[in-house]
Design a protein around this ligand. Structure first.
Ligand code: NAD
Ligand code: DAU
Length: 372
């Protein structure tokens, strides 16, 4: 089993990254080392999501949590981080992540997702020279003392019809600027492994939900709009299908792959939990109605069909047999339980939502980080 002393987590102030840091430092992971969180703090990155972690681990002697505000494209900065903190593992979450934004402005997606991943890989290749075998297929790779783990998405596989599943060998067929940029990053990761022998693992996951997700994504957007009596915008006919997974179950899978996965392999992660958007919304309405006391009918009346997303992928569905059989991964949070936890979290954390929407968390950064 691989262990790590100093993990570089990129994008650790975002939704999945912040949940991962919490899982590693306070959850059941058994991780005993230190985390360096490199995040640019774009609109989607909010260090308030980790305020308690920074408080608990970021101060005093032997801190286990270090936050660095910076860009993964800044090669000199990434080099310094590798050297100063003796990085032996990378979990690369940082990305532009929202499909609708990629349609409106694709450039940032190509820059961060492709060029940023390239910069990280290339620094890792040189910083770790001598710590891994440059020969592709080396038998010692699985015991490598260093590892680059890349977080990717099921969207690289394209769109499914009514039947079938994405497996690890499904050909890539990305169809939005977001998924194309993620596909590009995946190819670079595998190419660095194949060409230079860089020890990598890669996971492609389905739709995540849970606390700390930016309220532009379907589930938190709908919860907040219901709470505020605003329209619930359903794209197209509402029958597009996504496979939903609670964020902590994504992260437990990532950690398992990092510890025990075979180097150079990719693993699909999924919820085995397909929902049409409109059916998911009906489910969410029932939970919000129960939690708030608002009549379900008044919430249903807010449903508004709007123009479809251009190029909207119809169905995603993941086959994660490899992860389950090879590494013994299991989900721990049922969809009904996860949705209820998520609804409760958003209803009881209005300040977090207000701060990410208004960008006012930046004042918090000034107070808590700049002066150190
Ligand atoms: P997010 O948008 O919530 O967070 C992204 C984080 O990356 C933010 O904190 C942002 O500040 C940071 N970032 C952006 N550009 C940066 C740069 N140039 N340098 C440093 N930091 C930068 O995203 P998320 O939903 O947490 O997704 C994290 C990763 O997981 C992404 O790679 C995404 O493609 C992948 N993924 C997401 C899902 C999902 O359902 N959300 C599913 C599968 C895979
Ligand atoms: O599949 C994994 C991907 O899931 C990740 O790689 C992406 O980073 C993540 O953003 C997510 O992409 P989606 O496009 O599937 O997620 P989103 O929440 O934007 O939309 C989910 C579905 O709901 C999709 O079919 C579009 C629809 N939708 C979305 C919004 C925001 C609506 O009908 N109305 C909305 O207002």
């Amino acid at each position: 089993m691989r262990t790590f002393k100093n993990l570089l987590v990129t994008g650790g102030a975002g939704f999945i990254g912040s949940n991962m840091i919490r899982y590693l430092l306070t959850g059941p992971s058994g991780f005993a080392g230190r985390i360096i969180n490199l995040d640019l703090l774009t609109y989607a990155g909010n260090p308030e999501s980790l305020a308690d972690i920074a408080e608990q681990y970021g101060k005093g002697t032997n801190p286990r949590y270090v936050f660095v505000q910076g860009d993964i494209c800044d090669r000199a900065l990434v080099e310094r981080i590798f050297k100063d903190y003796e990085i032996d593992g990378v979990i690369h979450f940082a990305a532009e992540s929202h499909v609708d934004r990629s349609i409106l402005g694709p450039e940032a997606f190509v820059r961060t997702n492709v060029m940023g991943t390239f910069a990280l890989l290339d620094v890792a290749r040189t910083a770790w020279a001598g710590r891994y075998s440059p020969h592709h297929g080396s038998a010692s790779a699985d015991n490598s003392p260093v590892l680059f783990h890349h977080i990717s998405t099921d969207e690289v596989y394209g769109s499914l019809g009514e039947t079938g599943y994405f497996t690890e060998t499904t050909p890539y067929d990305p169809r939005s600027p977001y998924s194309a940029s993620k596909a590009g990053s995946d190819h670079l990761v595998m190419a660095y492994c194949h060409t230079y022998g860089l020890p990598v693992t890669l996971t492609n996951c389905s739709n995540n939900y849970g606390p700390y997700q930016f309220p532009e994504k379907l589930i938190p957007l709908m919860i907040m709009n219901m709470n505020e009596g605003k329209p619930l915008p359903v794209y197209g006919d509402g029958k597009n299908i996504r496979d939903w997974l609670y964020v902590e179950d994504h992260n437990s899978a990532v950690w398992l792959v990092m510890q025990k996965g075979r180097v150079g392999e990719k693993y699909n992660i999924g919820g085995e939990n397909e929902w049409q958007n409109i059916e998911l919304l009906q489910e969410l309405i029932n939970i919000v109605a129960e939690e708030t006391g608002k009549p379900a009918d008044s919430l249903r009346a807010l449903i508004t069909y709007v123009k479809d997303r251009p190029g909207h992928d119809r169905r995603y569905a993941i086959d994660c047999t490899k992860l389950k059989t090879e590494l013994g991964w299991k989900q721990s949070v049922s969809f009904s339980e996860g949705l209820r936890r998520t609804v409760r979290w958003y209803l009881t954390n209005p300040t977090w939502v207000e701060h990410v929407r208004s960008g006012s968390y930046r004042d918090w950064i000034e107070k808590n980080y700049e002066k150190r």
